[in-house]
Ligand binder design. Structure first.
Ligand SMILES: [Zn+2]
Length: 283
């Protein structure tokens, strides 16, 4: 009887679920079969697979491999090691980029599946160290705490803010290269601070919890969202130091809540700093 119920209901459901997922997200389907596509050439860098569309010129291919290497090194320095295993896909033409990255917006995007596959898609503007490091940072978070926890627990402002720390179009590397420095540095490089942000109400973190909150508005809203996210993560990083990032993901992997762990790490670090200050003043 039980076997019959499984064959009648369980089995069709097991088949239907992944198919519906792929119908809803066709870009995932294209990513999954990238290995058998004749339109791409495969390169490897360590254990990472890089698929470069055959429309890329020899110069674009060379630059892509160089930018990828520099981005990998940046990720290793920031996280302590690199655990992300995403497959990189580079499409120099917009028409190809759109197929692999829904909507084809931005310079790059990440595609992940609940069962653990991860792809980073770089478009015509994505052959750039900052863009690649940004996407690799999203993948690093994904591989350390899993797709489900990223979707359920991590607010979008943190996911983006963290990626902006290795994306020097938007941030200053000294924020985390010397995180204990008492000198406060603006996370934004000079050209980002100036006129591109017209007068708008300042966003709060609670308004940037979901992907829709973050990216659902116009261009100015998204730029403000990036600025707010980068400011907050840079502020937190300046207190907890670079080691705070893997400490946070370890705590979340161990079952702790994001908000609680994020604040607790900062409180602990501040207490330690206060103790050191007291010891100094009583000397
Ligand atoms: Zn991002």
């Amino acid at each position: 009887m039980r076997g019959n119920v499984f064959i009648r209901y369980g089995l069709p459901l097991l088949v239907a679920l992944p198919i519906s997922f792929l119908v809803l997200y066709p870009q995932v389907f294209w990513c999954l079969i990238i290995g058998s596509s004749a339109d791409f050439r495969l390169f490897t860098s360590g254990t990472t697979s890089l698929y470069v569309n055959r429309t890329a010129t020899a110069n674009q291919q060379l630059q892509f491999r160089q930018h990828t290497q520099i981005a990998f090194d940046r990720i290793r320095r920031f996280w302590g090691d690199k655990r992300g295993r995403a497959i990189l896909i580079y499409c120099p033409k917009q028409i190809d980029y759109q197929r692999y990255c829904a909507g084809g917006e931005g310079a790059g995007c990440s595609v992940g599946t609940p069962w653990g596959n991860a792809y980073l898609i770089l478009g015509p503007e994505g052959n750039n160290t900052d863009v690649i490091a940004h996407e690799l940072c999203h993948d690093e978070l994904f591989s350390r705490i899993g797709w489900w926890r990223v979707k359920r627990q991590i607010p979008q402002w943190f996911n983006e803010g963290l990626a902006l720390m290795v994306d020097y179009r938007f941030s200053n590397p000294t924020v985390w290269e010397q995180p204990d420095s008492s000198e406060q540095t603006s996370p934004f490089s000079e050209e980002m601070i100036t006129p591109s942000f017209p007068q708008r109400p300042i966003l709060t973190l609670t308004e940037l919890e979901t992907t829709r909150d973050f990216f659902g508005g116009d261009h100015t809203h998204t730029m403000l969202a990036y600025q707010t996210a980068a400011d907050e993560v840079a502020r937190w990083l300046a207190v907890v130091g670079r080691a705070g990032v893997p400490s946070l993901t370890n705590a979340i992997s161990a079952g702790h809540e994001f908000n609680e762990s994020y604040r607790q790490l900062e409180r602990k670090r501040r207490k330690r700093i206060d103790k050191q200050e007291d010891a100094k003043s009583t000397r």
